[in-house]
Design a protein around this ligand. Structure first.
Ligand code: PGA
Length: 238
């Protein structure tokens, strides 16, 4: 099977909209062959999602995994468990986890390696804070995150998510996205898909997806309603 050329990933975070209606709305629109649509619900919805997504063409992903194989890690989930639950993808190093759970680059690297060891494709998030961008340090920050949290493996995906654009309704400017994606692609050892995330909505998805070097989008808030996410998927071509 050939590699998709666009990835549209719904990150539900700690929200749980009803699955059947969401799937119906997304599937009603359809999408191009080269487009991979992925749903990352909370852990408790993975089993139900796996059933509902059967034969829809929508892939299943999780929002995090632990860096260890197994062990005394209350509340955590291993990559092997996600694989068994039917996941093909797992988001690692999201800025909310880096900030709220103190995950550093080394932990993110180890999580990505665990994912890869079990045949899951890690979606590794990188991105600068507002203060870092205002100081002109965005490229240096992202470069360090890439160097320290991305294992060189063709199965990885990168999501560039400027922290100040997440959940704020303030997406990055097209020029800034293009510049950062070009920078990221230059710095990576492998030619892997680079997605953009941060306030992607039905209204701006077409523009974002048309930017050179953008291989897809990681969508939070606007992925919660099936109809909205369907429009974003539609912007990738259907
Ligand atoms: P947002 O979130 O679309 O709500 O900005 C994106 C993300 O955090 O992945």
């Amino acid at each position: 099977m050939s590699e998709p050329d666009r990835y549209l990933i719904a990150n539900w975070k700690m929200h749980s909209p009803p699955l059947p209606g969401w799937v119906k709305a997304v599937c009603a629109h359809g999408w191009d062959r080269g487009v991979e649509v992925v749903l990352c619900p909370p852990f408790t919805q993975l089993a139900a999602a796996q059933m509902v997504l059967t034969d829809t063409g929508i892939a299943l992903g999780a929002q995090d995994c632990h860096q260890a194989e197994s062990g005394a890690h209350t509340g955590d989930i291993a990559a092997s468990m996600l694989k068994k639950a039917g996941c093909g993808y797992v988001i690692v190093g999201h800025s909310e986890r880096r900030a709220q759970h103190g995950e550093d680059n080394a932990a993110v690297y180890a999580k990505a390696q665990q994912a890869l060891a079990y045949g899951l494709r890690p979606v590794i998030c990188v991105g600068e804070s507002l203060a870092e961008r205002e100081a002109g340090a965005q490229e240096a920050v992202v470069e360090r995150q890439l160097a320290e949290s991305v294992p060189p493996d063709a199965q990885t995906l990168i999501a560039y998510e400027p922290v100040w654009a997440i959940g704020t309704g303030r997406s990055a400017q097209d020029d800034d996205i293009a510049a950062m994606h070009a920078h990221i692609k230059k710095r990576l050892d492998c030619d892997v898909p680079v997605l953009y995330g941060g306030s992607v909505r039905p209204e701006n998805a077409g523009d974002v997806l048309a930017i050179a070097g953008v291989n897809g989008v990681l969508v939070g808030s606007a992925s919660l309603k099936g109809g909205d996410f369907a429009q974003i998927v539609g912007a990738a071509g259907s």
